[in-house]
Design a protein around this ligand. Structure first.
Ligand code: PGA
Ligand code: ZN
Length: 422
């Protein structure tokens, strides 16, 4: 009998991400299905991520074009994968790793491997006639993740002076994703009014992830403002809605010190600051509180924080070995999963499952440079990760992902279950 899952054709093109930077889109066709996926791109990348291959010619897209990555897919990946069964995702991802042959995917480019790996996953699901989340997670995939919504942008994501990268709200106390999203949007709108009133209308311009980028200078100011927006919207902060932070501390680490609100803090002072923040605000989690090599610092901090979850993003870089070491050191209670940090779906999935087996909460995450691609909405539900990070409820590359979750929740109807975090 004819195998309809066999890959017949693979191609790639250069498209744009939300910052106007070129990125890779891959297309995989089987006999009866098609998958198309686009690699996202981070601005605050760790040194341990899969390598993002860019052409570097300053005359073309200011050095940011990805034509070599596209060409690598056509020249090396397509001939090796055509003829394989698209359902053999692990073998296909292994083949990508093998063709690349480097420890960080620098030959093919992590942007090339990510796009192909996801396009293949989608092609297999399409061939099976199944939505992607169900193809990944089967009949039990019916739990809808809690969104961590990045309402105030700073750091590498905004043209303001805020030292921390992300100030988030986490609507946990609701019965469904759509109710939680509604609350998040109401807080976003209230925040907009409050910012305009206090700082004028230039303060409501948005950053890379759709959150506001106000001219604040202090992290306390940002957290106070979020608390105010939550209560003014009629919700209880620390009950219906939690706060969360992504400090992205590697970005503010210079010569052994952390630069926060114009002050130079030693590691000890940075830890004291974070402990103070967690005692003053209902913070569900704090991501990358220290720079990406300081495993010991993460463990020390974790011992001093009560319920606030310490999350590793750059620290772990969606890398199973780094996760294992972090778990052994007791360094994290939460882990960010970004497919393009790993460079293939299988590696990211293995990372997430390893984390969950050890009781570590997993957060499926977008990148600050993202696109209309909605793979992560399906992946989060398919893999049953507890949380998702998809930015503010604004800008198409963010809302496309929220909207896809709304569609899945609607489709599941009474079967859908909103994740319980606390
Ligand atoms: P990035 O930031 O996509 O710019 O790396 C996201 C994050 O740090 O969580
Ligand atoms: Zn982060």
């Amino acid at each position: 009998m004819e195998n309809i899952y066999v890959i017949e054709y693979i191609d790639a093109i250069q498209v744009l991400d939300s910052r106007g930077d070129p990125t890779v889109e891959a297309i995989v066709k089987t006999k009866k299905g098609i998958g198309r996926a686009i690699s996202p791109s981070g601005a605050s990348r760790s040194s341990f991520e899969a390598y993002e291959l860019r052409d570097g010619d300053p005359k073309i897209y200011k050095g940011r074009s990805v034509l070599r990555a596209v060409d690598n897919i056509r020249r090396y990946v397509a001939p090796a994968l055509v003829g394989l069964d698209s359902r053999m995702q692990r073998d296909i991802d292994q083949k990508l790793i093998q063709i690349d042959g480097t420890p960080n995917k620098s030959r093919l480019g992590g942007n090339a491997t990510t796009a192909v790996s996801l396009a293949n996953l989608k092609a297999a699901a399409d061939t099976a006639g199944m939505p992607l989340y169900a193809y990944i997670g089967g009949l039990s995939a019916r739990e809808i993740p809690v969104p961590m919504m990045n309402l105030i942008n700073g750091g590498a994501h905004a043209g303001n002076e805020l030292s921390f990268q992300e100030f988030l709200i986490v609507p946990t106390g609701f019965d469904s994703f759509s109710e939680a999203l509604r609350a998040g949007v109401e807080v976003y709108k209230t925040l907009k009014d409050l910012l305009k009133e206090k700082y004028g209308k230039s303060s409501i311009n948005v950053g890379d992830e759709g959150g506001f980028a106000p001219p604040m200078r202090s992290i306390y100011e940002a957290l106070d403002m979020l608390e105010k927006a939550i209560s003014k919207s009629g919700y209880s902060c620390g009950d219906d809605i939690y706060l969360a932070l992504d400090i992205a501390a590697s970005q503010i680490y210079r010569d052994g010190f952390y630069i926060v609100d114009d002050k130079r803090l030693s590691k000890g002072e940075m830890i004291d600051l974070i402990v103070d923040l967690s005692s003053r605000y209902p913070l569900l989690s704090i991501e990358d509180p220290l720079e990406e090599n300081d495993l010991e610092g993460f463990s020390d901090l974790r011992k001093r924080l009560g319920k606030t979850v310490v999350v590793g993003d750059d620290l772990l870089s969606t890398n199973k070995e780094r996760l294992r070491k972090a778990i052994e050191a007791g360094a994290v209670g939460g882990a960010i999963m970004k497919i393009n940090q790993a460079g293939t779906f299988t590696e990211a999935m293995d990372f997430a499952q390893e984390a969950m087996r050890s009781g570590v909460i997993v957060i499926t995450s977008h990148r600050s440079g993202d696109t209309e691609d909605t793979s992560i909405s399906h992946i989060a539900i398919g893999l049953k990760t507890q949380l998702v990070k998809m930015g503010a409820p604004a800008r198409g590359e963010r809302t496309s992902k929220y909207n896809e979750i709304l569609r899945i929740e609607h489709y599941l109807g009474g079967e859908a279950r909103y994740m319980r975090i606390r």
